[in-house]
Design a protein around this ligand. Structure first.
Ligand SMILES: Cc1ncc(COP(=O)(O)O)c(C=O)c1O
Length: 410
């Protein structure tokens, strides 16, 4: 006789949440990339590991654990360590942008800042006015909350900031060398966005992971600083939320970032963070503080910028030689990416990805930077991770894939 346990048939597990079904074929192609030998991946947005200050961080880690056992091993305040919050406030404060530690929330890197903003602001169906094309990670962070999007082209000649952000819960911009386009939003547009946010009350999320990867010139003022300049002289209480991160300044493995906002918004984000991870790791917060205080970040900067500038130039030179019959692009003044737009709009870049993978190069097609997945005529190419030689080979392979695609469509 069978006992009860043996007779039971096992039921199908309960389904995953509906938003998880909202993936596309491109995600599957990306997942396959790691299995292909000799593939050159210029799809991702990774820093070069040779820039990580391994020795220095090892020394700092040992020191902070020894000197601060409770802060490094215990739970921290949800908002972050007061000393690090104070140091971030001091780093950004100017005569018109007045910040205290209460304007700062330490986050588990930039991605968490985006996620917490979604948690604090978005109800299903709420509208986000997002700089288009839009950072994939932001779309991922907000997808479970089921927002609607209004795509903003902040570089359009007829851009009307008030009209664009009116009625949205928040506007989202990456003004310094955006991901994916690498473009810089100019001073005038920043000012218009800051004014429009104040006028409409719409929150304005300024996401700035790339400001320090600046290869050619100086940067316009941040939207946060412009927003503060319109307000009475007191601790910042405007509608801008600035997100920073150590990922491109030291190393992404630290997972340390920060949000700068009004005290009211910091309280809301803190509540959201409590249910996410309770607090950011005390070890990495103290390492970050020490790296700031010791001048390590400033010491690292010139080498990182020199390395990436050379790689950008190599990628663009190879593109000029091999891809200029089919694509247009601007050489980015900073950041990590070149955005190449197909001259012939029939050149479907999702299909190009499939052919490129056969040629052993992986690129990011524009569809992943569109909440609706409909943009299919551009590609994002990363130049920070691979050597100059590999970037050149990657472009040659991509040219072969493009030629095949053109032949297919003829
Ligand atoms: C526009 C943008 N925002 C935020 C992030 C988040 O980075 P992290 O979570 O490493 O700080 C990235 C990462 O590449 C990014 O490109």
């Amino acid at each position: 006789m069978l006992d009860k346990k043996q007779c039971m048939t096992s039921a199908a597990p309960a389904p995953f949440a509906n938003w998880m079904l909202d993936t596309n074929d491109v995600t599957r192609v990306f997942l396959a990339a790691s299995q292909i030998p000799d593939l050159i991946n210029i799809a991702g947005g990774l820093p070069d590991p040779s820039t990580f200050p391994v020795q220095k961080i090892s020394e700092i880690s040992a020191r902070v654990i020894r000197d601060h056992p409770n802060e490094t091993m215990g739970y921290c305040a949800i908002e972050g360590l007061p000393a690090l919050r104070g140091a971030i406030a001091a780093r950004y404060s100017t005569t018109t942008l007045k910040l205290t530690a209460e304007n700062i929330l330490i986050t588990t890197s930039g991605m968490q800042g985006l996620e917490l903003i979604g948690k604090a602001l978005i109800d299903p169906g709420d509208l986000i006015a997002g700089q288009f094309p839009t950072y994939l990670g932001a779309l991922d962070a907000w997808r479970p909350r089921q927002p609607r999007y209004r795509n903003m082209d902040v570089h359009a000649l007829d851009f009307d900031a008030t009209h664009e952000i009116q009625g949205a819960k928040f506007a989202y911009t990456v003004p310094n060398f955006s991901n994916p386009t690498g473009q810089l939003v100019g001073a005038q547009r920043r000012q218009e966005l800051a004014l429009a946010a104040a006028e409409t009350g719409t929150w304005l999320v300024e996401d700035d992971p790339y400001g320090t990867l600046n290869y050619d010139g100086s940067l316009p003022s941040s939207v946060l600083a412009l927003s503060a300049a319109q307000l009475p002289s007191r601790a910042y209480d405007g509608t801008c939320v600035y997100l920073g991160t150590m990922s491109k300044q030291i190393a992404p493995g630290l997972r340390v970032g920060w949000a700068i906002a009004s005290k009211e918004m910091i309280k809301a984000l803190t509540l959201a963070k409590q249910g996410s991870d309770m607090c950011t790791s005390g070890i990495t917060q103290l390492i970050t503080l020490e790296a700031m205080n010791s001048g390590l970040i400033e010491d690292l900067q010139p080498n990182i910028v020199d390395l990436y500038r050379k790689r950008r130039d190599s990628l663009c030179a190879a593109m000029t030689e091999h891809l200029s019959d089919w694509f247009d692009w601007d050489t980015p003044e900073g950041g990590m990416f070149v955005w190449a737009k197909a001259r012939d709009k029939r050149l479907d870049t999702d299909r190009l990805l499939t052919l490129a993978m056969e040629e052993k190069v992986c690129i990011s097609p524009s569809s992943v930077f569109d909440a609706l997945g409909q943009h299919r005529s551009a590609i994002r190419m990363n130049f920070t991770f691979n050597s100059e030689e590999k970037l050149t080979v990657a472009v040659q392979r991509l040219a072969r894939a493009t030629k095949r695609l053109i032949e297919e469509t003829e």
